[in-house]
Ligand binder design. Structure first.
Ligand SMILES: *Cc1c(COP(=O)(O)O)cnc(C)c1O
Length: 405
C-alpha cells in the first residue's frame, strides 16, 4: 500500500490548525487550567448544556462517561452499540470494565435496525445505548431515546465525528442523556487529540466532574509534544507534502485498532490554545465541506446513506458501492488513493478477534455488508471541484451510481 511517490496527495480528512494557533498553543501551555476552563465554558454555551468537560481523547471521554453512568446504576454492566462503528468505541467500553453488546444496522444505512434495537433494549443488564453519527450522518437519537427511556437505559450520543453538526434544527451532541465529541486528527475539528463530555443532567454532570478531576493531568513534556505535533501536521496535511506521512508505514495513518489500554488523562492548556477561534474555524470547515457534499450528491449523483434527502454536516462522504470486489478495485487504484478516497473501518465489530460481544460472528448481516461496501470521499478544504469531478469519473468507470438525483 505505502509506495514512496512524490506527487500531490489529498488526505481523506483535514481540519488544519493554522500556524498562528501554534503560538496560541504555547500561550495556553502557560495559562494551564484557566485556558482549559475557558474552552469548556465556550463549548458549554455553544451546546446549551449544563456540563462540559474535556479530556485526552474521545475514547477517554467515553470511558469516563460510562464509568460515571455505571456508578449511578451499578446493577447494569452492558453497553449496546452499532455493529459497525469506530473500534475506539468497544475499546472504551472494555476499558470502563463493561461488556460490549451489538445491534445490527438497517440495510444500506449507518444507523440502527430499530426493530432489532427494540428487542435488544429489553435487557435488565443494559446500562447504555450509543447511537452514533458516523462521518456526521445523523442517527435518530430521539427515536432511540423514546425506546430506551421507558426501560431505564441511558442514551449516550457518539458525536465524535459530528462536532458542530445540526440536524432538523437540533445541535448534535445535545440529543441524548449525555454525549461525547472527539478533537482527534481526522475529525470535524482537531486539537491533535482531545475528547469532550457533554450532558444537561446535573446528576450525571456531578459524577463526571469528579471522575475528570481525578485523572492525571497532561504533563508539560506531553503538551510540548502536542504543540510540535500540531505544527508538523499543519504543514504535512498540505496536498504538496501529504505524500510524505502517507509513505511512512510506522505512522499507521488511517488504521484503527481495538485496544483498551489507551491513556486516560486530562486535556491541557496547550490544546485549549490550539483550539483558539474554534467556533469560527469550525463554521468555515462546515461551510466548505457542505458545499462539496452537495456537489457529490447533486452533480455527481452519489446517494446519501440512511435515505436522507437533504445533506447533513459530513466530515467524509460515505459511499456504499455495489460489492466488495468493486470496493477493492476502487481502493486499489493509486489515483483514487492520491485523491483522498479511503476505506472505512475494515470490519464489523463482531469480527474483532480479541473482543467478546456475546454473539456469534456473522449475526449482523447489514453491518458486515456495510463493512464490505463502504468507502469515503474527501470533503475538506484542499479538495477542488476538479478533484471531485475526477473522483466521480473514476468511480463511475467501475460502477454506475444507482439512484441518480
Ligand atoms: C474517533 C471516534 C471515537 C474516539 O475518539 P478519539 O478521540 O479518536 O479517541 C469514538 N467514536 C467514533 C465514532 C469516532 O469516530
Amino acid at each position: 500500500m505505502n509506495s514512496f511517490t512524490i506527487r500531490r496527495t489529498l488526505p481523506p480528512a483535514a481540519a488544519p490548525i493554522p500556524l498562528i494557533n501554534i503560538f496560541f498553543g504555547v500561550i495556553g501551555l502557560f495559562r494551564g487550567k484557566r485556558a482549559v476552563a475557558d474552552f469548556e465554558q465556550q463549548l458549554r454555551l455553544f451546546h446549551q448544556v449544563r456540563h462540559c468537560r474535556t479530556v485526552s481523547s474521545g475514547k477517554a471521554a467515553l470511558t469516563l462517561l460510562l464509568e460515571a453512568l455505571h456508578e449511578l446504576n451499578p446493577e447494569r454492566d452492558e453497553v449496546l452499540i452499532p455493529a459497525y462503528t469506530c473500534y475506539s468505541v468497544p475499546s472504551a467500553i472494555v476499558r470502563a470494565g463493561l461488556k460490549v453488546r451489538l445491534c445490527d444496522l438497517a440495510p444500506d444505512s449507518l444507523d440502527f435496525d430499530y426493530q432489532q434495537l427494540e428487542q435488544l433494549l429489553d435487557n435488565p443488564a443494559l446500562l447504555a445505548v450509543i447511537p452514533t453519527h458516523l462521518y456526521g450522518m445523523p442517527a435518530d437519537v430521539a427515536r432511540t431515546r423514546k425506546m430506551a427511556g421507558t426501560r431505564g437505559v441511558y442514551v449516550v450520543e457518539d458525536a465524535a465525528q459530528a462536532m458542530g453538526g445540526v440536524w432538523n434544527g437540533s445541535r448534535l451532541g445535545t440529543l441524548g442523556d449525555a454525549a461525547i465529541l472527539s478533537l482527534g486528527r481526522g475529525k470535524a475539528f482537531s486539537t491533535v487529540e482531545g475528547g469532550v463530555i457533554l450532558t444537561d443532567s446535573k446528576v450525571i454532570g456531578r459524577v463526571v466532574d469528579r471522575k475528570v478531576d481525578a485523572v492525571a493531568p497532561c504533563t508539560i513534556a506531553g503538551q510540548v509534544v502536542k504543540i510540535v505535533y500540531a505544527a508538523a501536521i499543519s504543514l504535512l496535511v498540505h496536498p504538496l507534502l501529504y505524500w510524505l506521512p502517507k509513505s511512512l508505514p510506522f505512522l499507521k495513518l488511517g488504521e484503527t485498532h481495538f485496544d483498551p489500554t489507551f491513556p486516560v488523562t486530562g486535556f491541557s492548556g496547550a490544546q485549549a490554545g490550539l483550539a483558539r477561534n474554534w467556533s469560527s474555524r469550525l463554521s468555515e470547515f462546515r461551510k466548505s465541506r457542505n458545499k462539496k457534499t452537495v456537489r457529490y450528491a447533486a452533480c455527481h449523483g452519489f446517494p446519501l446513506p440512511n435515505g436522507l434527502l437533504s445533506p447533513p454536516d459530513l466530515i467524509r462522504f460515505p459511499v456504499l458501492v455495489q460489492s466488495r470486489d468493486i470496493k477493492r478495485r476502487l481502493l486499489g487504484n493509486p489515483e483514487l488513493q492520491w485523491l483522498g478516497v479511503a476505506d472505512a473501518y475494515p470490519d464489523s465489530i463482531d469480527g474483532i478477534a480479541d473482543l467478546d460481544t456475546g454473539s456469534k460472528p456473522g449475526t449482523f448481516p447489514a453491518a458486515g455488508n456495510v463493512a464490505r461496501r463502504l468507502l469515503t470521499l474527501p470533503l475538506h478544504g484542499f479538495v477542488s471541484e476538479a478533484d471531485q469531478n475526477r473522483i466521480a469519473g473514476l468511480i463511475r468507470e467501475v460502477e454506475q451510481p444507482r439512484n441518480r438525483v
